[in-house]
Design a protein. Structure first.
Length: 159
Protein backbone atom coordinates (compact mmCIF):
# COMPACT_ATOMS: atom_id res chain seq x y z
CA UNK A 1 0.00 0.00 0.00
CA UNK A 2 2.82 2.38 0.88
CA UNK A 3 4.51 1.78 -2.45
CA UNK A 4 1.21 2.61 -4.21
CA UNK A 5 1.05 5.94 -2.43
CA UNK A 6 4.69 6.58 -3.26
CA UNK A 7 4.09 5.96 -6.95
CA UNK A 8 0.97 8.15 -6.92
CA UNK A 9 3.01 10.94 -5.37
CA UNK A 10 5.76 10.45 -7.94
CA UNK A 11 3.26 10.55 -10.81
CA UNK A 12 2.10 13.88 -9.50
CA UNK A 13 5.66 15.13 -9.29
CA UNK A 14 6.23 14.93 -13.04
CA UNK A 15 4.01 17.97 -13.40
CA UNK A 16 5.21 19.64 -10.24
CA UNK A 17 7.51 22.61 -10.48
CA UNK A 18 11.24 21.96 -10.27
CA UNK A 19 13.23 23.41 -7.39
CA UNK A 20 13.85 26.72 -9.13
CA UNK A 21 10.32 27.31 -10.41
CA UNK A 22 7.34 28.97 -8.84
CA UNK A 23 5.08 26.48 -7.09
CA UNK A 24 1.80 28.31 -7.71
CA UNK A 25 1.33 27.24 -11.34
CA UNK A 26 1.27 23.45 -10.89
CA UNK A 27 -2.26 22.02 -11.05
CA UNK A 28 -3.56 20.10 -8.06
CA UNK A 29 -4.31 16.74 -9.67
CA UNK A 30 -4.38 13.34 -8.00
CA UNK A 31 -3.02 11.08 -10.73
CA UNK A 32 -3.41 7.70 -9.07
CA UNK A 33 -6.13 6.62 -11.49
CA UNK A 34 -6.41 6.49 -15.27
CA UNK A 35 -8.94 9.35 -15.36
CA UNK A 36 -6.71 11.59 -13.25
CA UNK A 37 -3.67 10.67 -15.35
CA UNK A 38 -5.57 11.48 -18.57
CA UNK A 39 -6.25 14.95 -17.16
CA UNK A 40 -2.59 15.45 -16.23
CA UNK A 41 -1.34 14.13 -19.59
CA UNK A 42 -3.74 16.43 -21.47
CA UNK A 43 -2.55 19.40 -19.44
CA UNK A 44 1.14 18.60 -20.12
CA UNK A 45 0.49 18.17 -23.86
CA UNK A 46 -1.39 21.49 -23.97
CA UNK A 47 1.44 23.24 -22.12
CA UNK A 48 3.94 22.02 -24.74
CA UNK A 49 2.09 24.02 -27.41
CA UNK A 50 3.04 27.58 -28.39
CA UNK A 51 2.61 29.96 -25.47
CA UNK A 52 2.45 27.15 -22.91
CA UNK A 53 4.62 26.58 -19.89
CA UNK A 54 6.71 23.97 -21.75
CA UNK A 55 6.58 25.58 -25.19
CA UNK A 56 10.38 25.59 -25.44
CA UNK A 57 10.63 21.80 -25.83
CA UNK A 58 12.15 20.77 -29.13
CA UNK A 59 10.18 18.61 -31.56
CA UNK A 60 12.32 15.61 -30.58
CA UNK A 61 11.69 16.22 -26.89
CA UNK A 62 7.97 16.69 -27.56
CA UNK A 63 7.86 13.34 -29.37
CA UNK A 64 9.69 11.64 -26.51
CA UNK A 65 7.36 13.15 -23.88
CA UNK A 66 4.31 12.12 -25.93
CA UNK A 67 5.67 8.57 -26.25
CA UNK A 68 6.41 8.35 -22.52
CA UNK A 69 2.96 9.70 -21.64
CA UNK A 70 1.56 7.05 -23.99
CA UNK A 71 3.50 4.34 -22.13
CA UNK A 72 2.13 5.56 -18.82
CA UNK A 73 -1.38 5.69 -20.27
CA UNK A 74 -1.10 2.05 -21.41
CA UNK A 75 -0.02 1.03 -17.92
CA UNK A 76 -3.08 2.76 -16.47
CA UNK A 77 -5.29 1.05 -19.08
CA UNK A 78 -3.97 -2.34 -17.96
CA UNK A 79 -4.22 -1.72 -14.22
CA UNK A 80 -6.70 1.13 -13.71
CA UNK A 81 -4.74 2.67 -10.86
CA UNK A 82 -1.33 2.58 -9.19
CA UNK A 83 -2.53 0.44 -6.28
CA UNK A 84 -3.25 -2.45 -8.67
CA UNK A 85 0.22 -2.40 -10.26
CA UNK A 86 2.95 -4.87 -9.40
CA UNK A 87 6.34 -3.72 -8.22
CA UNK A 88 7.90 -4.05 -11.70
CA UNK A 89 5.20 -1.85 -13.25
CA UNK A 90 5.49 0.68 -10.43
CA UNK A 91 9.23 0.88 -11.04
CA UNK A 92 8.67 1.29 -14.78
CA UNK A 93 6.06 3.98 -14.08
CA UNK A 94 8.51 5.80 -11.80
CA UNK A 95 11.35 5.66 -14.34
CA UNK A 96 9.10 6.83 -17.16
CA UNK A 97 7.78 9.80 -15.23
CA UNK A 98 11.35 10.69 -14.19
CA UNK A 99 12.35 10.88 -17.86
CA UNK A 100 9.38 13.15 -18.58
CA UNK A 101 10.15 15.31 -15.56
CA UNK A 102 13.79 15.68 -16.62
CA UNK A 103 12.78 16.98 -20.05
CA UNK A 104 10.02 19.29 -18.82
CA UNK A 105 12.01 20.76 -15.94
CA UNK A 106 14.73 21.89 -18.38
CA UNK A 107 12.14 23.55 -20.61
CA UNK A 108 9.88 24.99 -17.93
CA UNK A 109 9.14 28.57 -18.95
CA UNK A 110 8.14 29.39 -15.37
CA UNK A 111 11.50 28.20 -14.02
CA UNK A 112 13.12 31.05 -12.13
CA UNK A 113 16.72 31.76 -13.10
CA UNK A 114 18.71 33.95 -10.75
CA UNK A 115 22.16 35.40 -11.16
CA UNK A 116 24.36 37.68 -9.13
CA UNK A 117 26.27 40.35 -11.04
CA UNK A 118 28.16 43.51 -10.27
CA UNK A 119 26.61 46.46 -12.10
CA UNK A 120 28.92 48.69 -14.09
CA UNK A 121 30.48 51.28 -11.74
CA UNK A 122 29.75 49.31 -8.56
CA UNK A 123 31.45 46.62 -6.53
CA UNK A 124 28.23 45.64 -4.79
CA UNK A 125 26.75 42.51 -6.35
CA UNK A 126 23.06 42.56 -7.22
CA UNK A 127 20.90 39.45 -7.49
CA UNK A 128 18.30 39.45 -10.27
CA UNK A 129 15.76 36.73 -11.08
CA UNK A 130 13.67 36.22 -14.21
CA UNK A 131 11.63 33.39 -15.66
CA UNK A 132 13.20 31.26 -18.36
CA UNK A 133 10.49 32.28 -20.83
CA UNK A 134 11.19 35.98 -20.23
CA UNK A 135 14.92 35.45 -20.75
CA UNK A 136 14.28 33.45 -23.93
CA UNK A 137 11.85 36.09 -25.21
CA UNK A 138 14.40 38.83 -24.63
CA UNK A 139 17.08 36.76 -26.39
CA UNK A 140 14.79 36.29 -29.41
CA UNK A 141 13.92 40.01 -29.49
CA UNK A 142 17.61 40.98 -29.29
CA UNK A 143 18.48 38.57 -32.10
CA UNK A 144 15.65 39.90 -34.26
CA UNK A 145 16.75 43.49 -33.62
CA UNK A 146 20.36 42.61 -34.43
CA UNK A 147 19.35 40.94 -37.69
CA UNK A 148 17.21 43.91 -38.69
CA UNK A 149 20.10 46.28 -38.03
CA UNK A 150 22.40 44.13 -40.15
CA UNK A 151 19.97 44.32 -43.09
CA UNK A 152 19.78 48.13 -43.07
CA UNK A 153 22.26 49.67 -45.53
CA UNK A 154 23.79 53.01 -44.48
CA UNK A 155 22.78 55.91 -46.69
CA UNK A 156 25.61 57.59 -48.61
CA UNK A 157 26.20 61.30 -48.10
CA UNK A 158 25.60 63.47 -51.10
CA UNK A 159 27.64 66.46 -51.44
Amino acid sequence: MKSGLLIATLVLSFIASPAFAKDDTAPAVNADTKAAFDTVAGWVRAQMEAGGRYSEVSSGERSKVDAKLGEMGKMFEQHGDVAQMGDADKTRMFNTQQEINAILSKRDGDRLICKTERPVGSNIPVKTCQTASKIEGRRRDDLKDFQQRQNVQPQQKRG
